[in-house]
Ligand binder design. Structure first.
Ligand code: PEP
Ligand code: MG
Length: 824
C-alpha cells in the first residue's frame, strides 16, 4: 500500500535530479522532490517529531508518525547565511501536527543572498520507505500531496554493534558546522567501510557516520570537539581525515581540542519563565533521567522476531496488571483501566503495521501510543489529561518490558531534575537521591507529581516550554521566583547560595517557635491554618504549628479511579484527617472536580472552555448523588473541634442556597447539628456580590489561584499565559477588599487559602485589608507565623490602601518592599 506525503511549502515542484547540487541531485541523502518556494513558510507536512533544527535555521529533519524521516533543506548553500533571514519556530524533540509552522524565512532577502531558493524535500530513511510518484513541473500548495511512499516490507536488520577500537578527536574545522552537504559526503565515505564508525558529540550523543540525518541531528557547530570512533580503524581515520580538511569550508579552530561548553546553546535564553508548582529556591546541576521510551532502537531485527518481542512484553505487563487489578483501592482501578488499553485492537493494529515496515517492537509500540496521545491532546480538553497519562504510562511499561530499564547513573546529590514530563513513579524512584529541585517543560501545578514533589519538599517549576529540552545535563541551574536561570555566573551562584542559607536559617528559627500563635506587633491575632490533601499531610502540618485546616481538598479521594468513593469510604477518610488534627478546627471544601481536575467516571460532554464549564459546586448540583453522598459522609464525622464546610467556585447566591438546603436536610435526616457553611471566593462575581452572599454564608475563604485566573483572564493551566498570573495585581486586590468588606457588613470573617496566603509580599496586604485567617501549604506554616509576628497591622492597613490604587502588580510589590525597608 502506498501513502502520501504533503508539501511543506507553496511553490513550484521540481524533480530532485534537476537540483543544481550533486548532494541532492544524486540522492546522496535520499530520494524525494524539490520545491521552489513562493512563500516564506515551511510547515509540517504531517504529524511527527522534530528530530533536528539546524542552528542556522535553514534545515529541519522531521520524523513523520507515518514512518518516513524528512529532511527539508531551505535553499542551497544557505547554511552560510548563519541564520540570517530564518526564524525557526520549533525546537528539537518538539511534536508537531500537520500544517504547524516550522520555519519562517524572508523570501526576498534569500532571493538576494542565497545561491538558490530551491528546497529539497528528502526521505532520508530510504532503507525502510521507497518514494513513489513525485509530482514535478507544476505549482503546488502547502499541504497538497507531492509524493507517495511505500513501506519496504521484509526484515530490516540492525547494524552490527561492534565495540569501538579506534578513535580520533578533533575540533570540527567546517566553518558552518556539520550541515547537510558535508554530512552526505561523510555518510558516503563511511558506507564504503565495513565496520562501525560513529561521531561522538560534546553532549555525549552519538550518531552513526553512515547516517547523514543522524549526524545532522547532532547540530555540531564550527569548533565542536568531536570524537570519530569505531571498529574499523581505516574507516575512522578516513572520516576524521576528511573532516579535518574542512571539506571546502575550512576555518581553522584555535588551540587544542577541548570539550565545547555545553551552554549556552544557540537560541537558548538564559532564563526560562515557568509556573511555580512547589515554591522555593534551588541550585544544582541539571540531571535528565533517560526516558526509556525515547531512546529505543528504531530498526527492528526481523518482523517475526519483533512481533514475538511485543507479544512477550505485553504478556508480562498483562500478568503484572492483572495481579494489581485483583487488589483493592486506587491501584486496582488504575490497573483495570490500563489492562483495557493494553489489548486495545486499534493500538495492536497500528503497532503491527509499523513492525511490518521494519521497525523495532518498542519503536512501533511507542509510535502507536504516541498517535493516540496526540489525538487526545489535540482534542484540547483537560478531561482527557488522565487518559493521556494512562496511555503514556502504559507505553513506558511495555517498552521497559521489551528493552529493560535504561542504564543510567543516579543523579548527583543536589541535582535539579529536568524533564519534558515526569511521572509519579519516576520521581518516587528517585526519592532517596537527594535532589535539589525539579523543572519540567509541561505539566500543571495540580498534577500528582507536583503533589509528590511538595511532599518531598522539592521546589518545582512546571510549564517551562520546549526550550527546556535544549538544556544540557550538568549545566548549573537555579530555580527561583518562578524562573529557571541557566548557567548563572559565579556572582549569581554565590548570591543564590547565600539566600538559600539565609532561608534555611530563617526556617529553623521559625520552627523553634512553631507552636506559638501569630500575633502582629500591635496585638492583632491572625490564624495560620494549613491546606491539606491527606491524613499524612495533617500529621506533618501539626508538627509545623498549623492551628487548623483551612482547606481540605477532597478531590484527593475522587481522582485516579474508575468509580467515585461511596459514603462510607469518604467518612473513614475524613475521620482519619479529623483525628490527626485533634482539637484543631477542620474546614472541608466539597468536591472541586471538573476543569483542570477531571475524573474519568464523570461523562461530561466536551467543553470548549472547561475552566468556565461544569466544575466545583456547579458540577455537584448537576450530579446530586455526589453532593448528597459527600454531605452525609461529612455529617457523620466526629470531631473534637468545629467542622466547617465550604463550597468551591460559587458565582451565584442560588448555588449557596441550594447547597445549604441539601446540608440542612441531611443533617435533619441524620439527627445532627448543621455545621457552618462558607464559600470559597474564587470568581469575580462572588467577590463583587460578597455583601449579599454574606447574608447566607457563615464565612469566606478566598481562592486566590482561581480568583486571579478569572480576574486576569489567564488560564492557570496554560503555560503560554500562566507565568504572568500575579495575584498582587490591583484588580485582584480590589476584589479581595470588596470581599472582606462585604463579609464584615454581616459580621463574617474572611480567610485566604490560595497561593497568595503563603506569599510573603502578599501577607502584609491581606491582613491590612482585614483578612484574619491564612491557610497555607504545610511547609510554610511556621514561616508564615514568623512573618506575621514581624508586622504592624496599622502600617499594613496603610500600605494596603495605597496598593488598591496602584497601577499594576509590579507597583504593588514595590510598595510592599518599601514597607519592609521601613523595618517591617
Ligand atoms: C484557589 O483557587 O485559590 C484554591 C485554593 O483552590 P484550588 O487551587 O484547589 O483550585
Ligand atoms: Mg480554586
Amino acid at each position: 500500500m502506498s501513502l502520501t506525503i504533503a508539501s511543506p511549502l507553496a511553490g513550484w515542484a521540481t524533480r530532485l535530479a534537476d537540483v543544481p547540487d550533486p548532494v541532492f541531485a544524486e540522492k546522496m541523502l535520499g530520494d524525494g522532490i524539490a520545491i521552489d518556494p513562493v512563500e516564506g513558510r515551511l510547515v509540517a507536512p504531517g504529524a511527527g517529531v522534530v528530530l533536528s533544527v539546524h542552528p542556522a535555521g535553514h534545515a529541519v529533519t522531521l520524523q513523520l508518525d507515518a514512518g518516513p524521516v524528512l529532511l527539508m533543506h531551505i535553499g542551497l548553500e544557505t547554511v552560510g547565511l548563519g541564520g540570517e533571514g530564518f526564524a525557526s519556530k520549533v525546537v528539537d524533540g518538539q511534536r508537531v501536527a500537520a500544517g504547524d509552522l516550522l520555519v519562517e524565512f524572508d523570501l526576498d532577502r534569500l532571493a538576494r543572498t542565497a545561491k538558490s531558493l530551491i528546497t529539497p524535500i528528502i526521505v532520508t530513511n530510504g532503507e525502510a520507505f521507497a518514494v513513489e510518484d513525485p509530482v514535478s513541473d507544476r505549482a503546488v500548495a502547502a499541504g497538497e500531496r507531492v509524493m507517495c511512499f511505500r513501506a519496504l516490507g521484509g526484515a530490516v536488520t540492525t547494524t552490527e554493534q561492534a565495540a569501538p577500537t579506534a578513535s580520533r578527536t578533533l575540533n570540527l574545522p567546517l566553518e558552518h558546522g556539520l550541515h547537510a552537504r558535508p554530512a552526505a559526503r561523510i555518510a558516503q565515505l563511511a558506507a564504503s567501510h565495513a565496520g562501525t564508525i560513529e561521531i561522538l558529540a560534546p553532549s555525549g550523543r552519538v550518531a552513526s557516520a553512515r547516517s547523514a540525518v543522524a549526524m545532522l541531528a547532532l547540530a555540531l557547530p564550527h569548533g565542536a570537539a568531536i570524537t570519530v570512533r569505531g571498529s574499523d580503524s581505516n574507516g575512522v581515520a578516513a572520516v576524521a581525515d576528511l573532516l579535518a580538511t574542512g571539506m571546502g569550508e575550512l576555518k581553522p579552530v584555535g588551540g587544542p581540542a577541548e570539550p565545547a561548553p555545553s551552554v549556552p546553546v544557540a537560541g537558548l535564553p538564559s532564563v526560562l519563565k515557568g509556573v511555580t508548582a512547589v515554591s522555593g529556591t534551588a541550585i544544582g546541576p541539571a540531571f535528565r533521567p533517560i526516558d526509556p521510551v525515547a531512546d529505543i532502537p528504531e530498526i527492528g531485527s526481523g518482523i517475526e522476531a519483533e512481533r514475538a518481542a511485543l507479544m512477550v512484553a505485553k504478556d508480562s505487563v498483562r500478568t503484572e496488571l492483572s495481579a494489581d487489578a485483583a487488589g483493592e483501592g486506587d491501584r486496582a482501578g488504575i490497573a483495570a483501566a490500563h489492562l483495557a488499553l493494553l489489548d486495545d485492537p486499534e493500538l495492536a493494529i497500528a503497532a503491527d503495521a509499523t513492525i511490518a515496515a521494519g521497525k523495532s517492537a518498542g519503536f512501533a509500540w511507542r509510535q502507536a501510543v504516541g498517535f493516540y496521545v496526540d489525538q487526545l491532546r489535540g482534542a484540547g480538553d483537560a478531561r482527557f489529561a488522565e487518559r493521556i497519562d494512562d496511555f503514556n504510562d502504559l507505553g513506558r511499561r511495555v517498552v521497559l518490558a521489551i528493552h529493560g530499564a535504561p542504564d543510567q547513573a543516579p543523579p548527583p546529590p543536589g541535582a535539579i531534575l529536568i524533564a519534558d514530563e515526569l511521572y509519579p513513579s519516576q520521581l518516587m524512584a528517585l526519592g532517596e537521591a537527594g535532589l535539589a529541585g525539579i523543572a519540567t517543560a509541561r505539566g500543571g501545578t495540580t498534577s500528582h507529581v507536583a503533589i509528590i514533589a511538595a511532599g518531598m519538599g522539592l521546589p518545582m517549576l512546571v510549564s517551562l516550554g520546549d526550550a527546556l529540552a535544549q538544556v544540557e545535563p550538568g549545566t548549573e541551574l537555579v530555580i527561583e521566583d518562578g524562573a529557571l536561570r541557566i548557567a548563572p555566573d559565579a556572582a549569581d551562584v554565590a548570591a543564590v547560595r547565600a539566600r538559600i542559607e539565609t532561608r534555611q536559617a530563617r526556617r529553623q528559627a521559625a520552627l523553634a517557635h512553631a507552636d506559638q500563635p501569630a500575633v502582629t506587633t500591635d496585638g492583632a491575632r491572625i490564624e495560620i491554618f494549613v491546606n491539606l490533601g491527606s491524613a499524612a499531610d495533617a500529621r506533618a502540618a501539626v508538627a509545623e504549628g498549623a492551628e487548623g485546616c483551612g482547606l481540605l481538598r477532597t478531590e484527593f479521594l475522587f481522582l485516579d479511579r474508575g468509580t467515585p468513593p461511596d459514603e462510607e469510604e469518604q467518612r473513614a477518610a475524613y475521620q482519619a484527617i479529623a483525628d490527626a488534627l485533634g482539637d484543631r478546627p477542620l474546614i472541608v471544601r466539597t468536591l472541586d472536580i471538573g476543569a483542570d481536575k477531571p475524573a474519568p467516571y464523570l461523562t461530561i460532554a466536551a467543553e470548549e472552555n472547561p475552566a468556565l464549564g461544569l466544575r466545583g459546586i456547579r458540577l455537584q448540583l448537576a450530579w446530586r448523588d455526589l453532593l448528597d453522598a459527600q454531605l452525609r459522609a461529612l455529617l457523620r464525622v466526629e470531631t473534637q473541634a468545629p467542622l466547617r464546610l465550604m463550597l468551591p467556585m460559587v458565582a451565584d447566591r442560588a448555588e449557596l442556597v441550594a447547597a445549604r438546603e441539601a446540608l440542612s436536610k441531611h443533617a435533619g435526616d441524620l439527627g445532627v447539628a448543621t455545621p457552618e457553611l462558607g464559600i470559597m471566593v474564587e470568581t469575580p462575581a462572588a467577590a463583587l456580590t460578597a455583601a449579599a452572599l454574606a447574608a447566607e454564608a457563615n464565612f469566606f475563604s478566598i481562592g486566590s489561584n482561581d480568583l486571579s485566573q478569572y480576574a486576569l483572564a489567564r488560564d492557570r493551566t496554560n503555560p503560554a499565559v500562566a507565568a504572568g498570573l500575579d495575584g498582587l495585581h490591583p484588580a485582584v486586590l480590589r476584589l479581595i477588599d470588596e470581599t472582606v468588606r462585604g463579609g464584615a457588613a454581616h459580621g463574617r470573617w474572611t480567610g485566604v487559602c490560595g497561593g497568595l496566603a503563603a506569599d510573603p509580599e502578599a501577607v502584609p496586604l491581606l491582613i491590612g485589608m482585614g483578612v484574619t485567617e491564612l491557610s497555607v501549604p504545610g511547609a510554610t506554616v511556621a514561616e508564615t507565623k514568623a512573618l506575621v509576628r514581624t508586622l504592624d497591622l496599622s502600617k499594613c492597613r496603610a500600605v494596603a490602601a495605597r496598593a488598591l490604587t496602584a497601577p499594576d502588580a509590579a507597583a504593588v510589590r514595590a510598595l510592599v518592599s518599601s514597607l519592609s525597608e521601613q523595618g517591617q
